[in-house]
Write a protein that binds this ligand. Structure first.
Ligand SMILES: NC(=O)c1ccc[n+]([C@@H]2O[C@H](COP(=O)([O-])OP(=O)(O)OC[C@H]3O[C@@H](n4cnc5c(N)ncnc54)[C@H](OP(=O)(O)O)[C@@H]3O)[C@@H](O)[C@H]2O)c1
Length: 336
């Protein structure tokens, strides 16, 4: 399982199957970063490296820049850490500042000026480390292709990043962007999980009245594989929906039918976790890893202990019978 060749291996032959997400490093508020934040991140990143996880997923907006800053503090503390990691960060979302009374609307921004400003700030926060992969976080409907590509090309020539990637984009958008640049677009990061299983569901209900079109971009899975674009899954654990001891309170608003399906799935996962001798969450992850497109899940945990348990998913391979049984339980009925 771990030896599977991934699309990203064309560019980074040693890239790990799992990716460490950083959206929860530091707090999503105005508070400054603390020594505790840095120590916690140090434990997490060193544990990741020990477990063979060497891709780290950042974004300019995560915890209002604090997440990148915390990782930068780690490089300051131990410079050699950088050599063990493939650094990917993102640009393209502009959050309203928290500390202002003026109403500023949240927006996507892939303008030349914002891309340059934001990428340079990310690099500064990362203690002057350039990026291996720069993601365009979300498609900005107002983006102007030529000036955007010019800005990216300048940053690329300056060595600020090596490869481009996109997030939350469909096949047509990727093809359009790639037509305007010679910098390879090497990955697409989308929400994919046992809960958000549109990437499977849409395909198996094609031409049927029950096709719900979950929002997963039709054809993108196939396009990415054909074009050698690495698929990365955010939200891969559905925030622990199936792995927690109890359903999280924010999910209790789901319909009775959906909650029933979640509970049936949780029970099945508990049974399988004993059979495969791994933690519940590792079974959830193994379900995603079993998909032949070679998805790289981005793990949002902030705890090194959970990371260790999750990494067990790469040591097992779910049988086809178990993969379908989990899928049937989570969709609440057998496949059509
Ligand atoms: N490209 C995009 O648009 C986009 C969007 C969102 C996220 N991302 C990336 O993807 C990463 C992961 O996303 P995510 O955080 O939404 O998804 P996730 O990995 O599904 O969820 C992580 C969260 O679930 C909690 N959790 C997991 N298992 C649990 C359990 N058994 N019991 C209790 N809590 C549990 C974790 O808490 P602990 O910290 O306690 O483990 C953490 O808060 C992010 O860090 C970021 O790098 C990208």
């Amino acid at each position: 399982m771990t030896n599977k060749t991934l699309a990203i291996h064309q560019y980074f032959p040693d890239a790990s199957r799992l990716i460490l997400g950083t959206m929860n490093l530091g707090a999503w508020d105005e508070s400054p970063i603390t020594t505790e934040d840095i120590n916690q991140a140090f434990d997490l990143v060193t544990e990741a490296i020990d477990l063979g996880i060497n891709v780290i997923d950042l974004a300019d907006i995560y915890t209002y820049g604090k997440s990148e800053k915390i990782i930068g503090e780690l490089f300051k503390r131990e410079r050699s850490l950088r050599h063990h990691l493939i650094l990917q960060s993102k640009v393209g979302i502009k959050l309203p500042p928290i500390n202002t009374s003026t109403k500023i609307t949240k927006q996507y921004d892939l303008s030349a000026d914002w891309i340059c400003e934001s990428v340079n700030n990310s690099i500064k926060r990362l203690h002057n480390q350039n990026l291996d992969i720069l993601f365009l976080h979300r498609p900005d409907p107002l983006l102007e292709l030529e000036p955007m590509m010019q800005a990216l090309s300048t940053l690329h020539e300056q060595g600020k990043f090596e490869y481009l990637a996109v997030s939350n984009m469909h096949a047509g958008q990727i093809a359009w962007l790639q037509s305007a640049t010679s910098i390879p677009i090497i990955a697409n990061q989308l929400e994919m999980s046992l809960e958000k299983a549109g990437f499977v569901e849409d395909g198996i209900t094609t031409n049927m009245s029950e096709n719900k079109q979950y929002g997963f971009p039709r054809g993108t899975l196939e396009f990415s594989q054909q074009a050698g674009i690495q698929l990365q899954a955010w939200g891969a654990l559905s925030q622990g929906l199936f792995g927690r001891d109890e359903v999280a309170t924010d999910k209790l608003a789901y319909s009775e039918e959906k909650l029933r399906a979640i509970n049936t799935t949780r029970e099945l996962i508990q049974t399988l976790s004993k059979e495969y001798e791994v933690e519940n969450n590792a079974i959830v992850l193994a379900w995603l890893l079993r998909h032949p497109s070679g998805i790289q899940p981005v793990l949002g945990t902030s705890k090194s202990s959970r990371l260790k348990a999750l990494s067990q998913a790469t040591n097992i391979q779910l049988s086809k019978e178990h993969w379908y049984a989990i899928f049937e339980a989570s969709r609440g009925q057998e496949v059509p």
